[in-house]
Design a protein around this ligand. Structure first.
Ligand SMILES: [Zn+2]
Length: 148
């Protein structure tokens, strides 16, 4: 599919600048040249709605977005485990968490009816989604399956 010479875009979560890396150069040590921060931080990114759209469009790395709400009990276990998940999937994927209580319009926009819902994006497109109670182990297996 992708040619070996193809670059992979990585978006900085702080300043939203986009960097193109050779695939083998994408590591957790990559930094943003503008703000100096690490591009992979070992925890889920918390993005604003516009920022999310930018990252979905620009990121060459598959992005796993978890849509949740603190009002939903089913979300509590999953969100607790997200940090561990981020550590295990970076840098081949990045993890984003979207609190729908803070951005209620996003649920309609994304067609989300059950929380938590986890959506995998790449190159601006939705590749897969899963909803409901998910354990870290189930998530690990799911991400391994959809990214294979
Ligand atoms: Zn930056």
């Amino acid at each position: 599919m992708a040619r070996e010479s193809a670059k992979v875009n990585v978006v900085c979560q702080h300043c939203d600048r986009v960097y193109a890396f050779a695939p083998e150069a994408v590591t957790t040590a990559c930094r943003c040249h503008h703000c100096g921060c690490l591009l992979f931080v070992g925890r889920p990114l918390s993005l604003g709605v516009l920022q999310l759209q930018h990252h979905i469009r620009q990121s060459g790395i598959p992005m796993l977005a978890v849509f949740w709400s603190p009002a939903e009990r089913a979300c509590q276990r999953v969100t607790k485990e997200l940090t561990r998940l981020a550590g295990s999937i970076e840098p081949r994927m990045r993890l984003v968490e979207m609190n729908l209580k803070a951005a209620p319009a996003l649920a309609t926009q994304m067609g989300i009816r059950v929380l938590p819902t986890i959506v995998l994006f790449q190159h601006g497109r939705e590749l897969a989604r899963a909803s409901g109670k998910l354990t870290l182990r189930a998530l690990d297996e799911w991400t391994a399956g959809v990214a294979a």
